[in-house]
Ligand binder design. Structure first.
Ligand SMILES: [Cu+2]
Length: 346
């Protein structure tokens, strides 16, 4: 009998050790993976260039630091208890029933910790409150592209927006169809765009550069190809951009472009697209008045080059399956003329 127990005990102890090792290994692997994922993600929320993202990162690190101390303390106490209170051959553990002092301590300490976390969170929420904006525009999310509406200045653009550095911007966010979510990871948190409702976001870009924005709520099959560029520029460059965008479409000059400009209003395009200064006034698709000045095609699915634009016009469904622009069959000659025209719309 006694023999058997001991053998069993040894076997259990062996298994326990293996299990402990597995648990520790899992922790280490998970932490390493989380670290790699955080460092490798592009755009990286830990590399903020906007006021809101900066404040949120600060809060994240503060909370992480406090909770790490809690976790380490618990681990140390746990290790102490496990070692101190391990089974010994001929001793029985002390039996305790209720201890007022300990109970008060372990109520007060967590209360203090939660109060600190609460204070830090409220402070950050306060910082995120909307100040006086110097730039204001509306964002309308569509399946699967972004519209930027500068109503008071009288223009709309798509999939690319310029904003001045060091100036607070304020955007009204809504959707034309389903729920999307507006997110420029390096600038601010996510805000949902909801049909029939206007949400808001405000932040101050702190570093010039081009930042990737995306939709962060699954919104249908081309959800992942619904990206926009936020170009943070100097206030002077911003003013120049606004000035250019306010102009109606350029008059084409090259022979091919002139032919494309004559052709486009006579086929289906104008039913869905606006080119300000022409008869094309559709609003279902992106405004193309200054399409030639933009970096991407199809919500930045392709880079805006004549070759890729030809590919897009020949078959948008091949480039972005399911997107709301149909394939329109045209002779190659006419497709090339449209490309020449659209690229001149700077
Ligand atoms: Cu979306």
């Amino acid at each position: 009998m006694i023999e058997g127990d001991e053998v069993g005990g040894r076997r259990i102890r062996g298994r326990l050790k293996l299990r402990t090792l597995l648990v520790i290994a899992t922790w280490v692997i998970m932490l390493a993976l989380a670290g790699v994922a955080a460092a490798a993600s592009r755009p990286n929320v830990f590399d903020p260039t906007g006021s809101a993202a900066h404040d949120i990162k600060t809060l994240t690190l503060e909370v992480f630091a406090i909770l790490s101390v809690v976790l380490l303390t618990v681990w140390v106490l746990l290790a102490y208890v496990i070692i101190r209170g391990r089974r010994r051959p001929e001793s029985e553990a002390t039996q305790t029933a209720g201890n007022m002092r300990i109970e008060i301590v372990w109520t007060i300490i967590p209360a203090i910790i939660l109060a600190v976390l609460f204070f830090l969170t409220v402070r950050t929420t306060e910082q995120l409150a909307f100040g006086d904006p110097s730039v204001r525009f509306s964002v309308v999310a569509h399946q699967w592209w972004w519209e930027f509406d500068f109503g008071p200045q009288g223009f709309k653009t798509a999939n690319e927006v310029y904003v001045p550095n060091d100036h607070t911007l304020y955007a009204d966010l809504t959707s034309a169809d389903v729920i999307h979510s507006f997110w420029v990871p390096q600038m601010a948190g996510k805000v949902q765009t909801i049909p029939g409702r206007v949400n808001h976001i405000a932040f101050t870009p702190l570093v010039t550069g081009t930042y990737l924005g995306e939709c962060s709520d699954f919104c249908g099959m081309e959800h992942a190809r619904m990206r926009f560029l936020m170009k943070v520029v100097t206030p002077a460059e911003y003013a120049a951009w606004v000035q250019r965008q306010k102009q109606p479409a350029a008059t084409p000059t090259g022979a091919e472009a002139v032919a494309g400009g004559d052709l486009m209003p006579t086929i289906a395009c104008g039913g869905c697209h606006t080119v300000r200064g022409t008869t094309m006034r559709g609003t279902f698709g992106p405004d193309l008045t200054h399409f030639g000045s933009r970096s991407g095609i199809g919500a930045n699915t392709l880079v805006n080059t004549p070759e890729d634009l030809l590919k897009w016009l020949q078959d948008p469904q091949a480039v972005k399956p399911g997107c709301k622009m149909p394939q329109i069959a045209l002779p190659l000659r006419q497709q090339q003329e449209l490309v020449a025209y659209l690229e001149e719309l700077r």
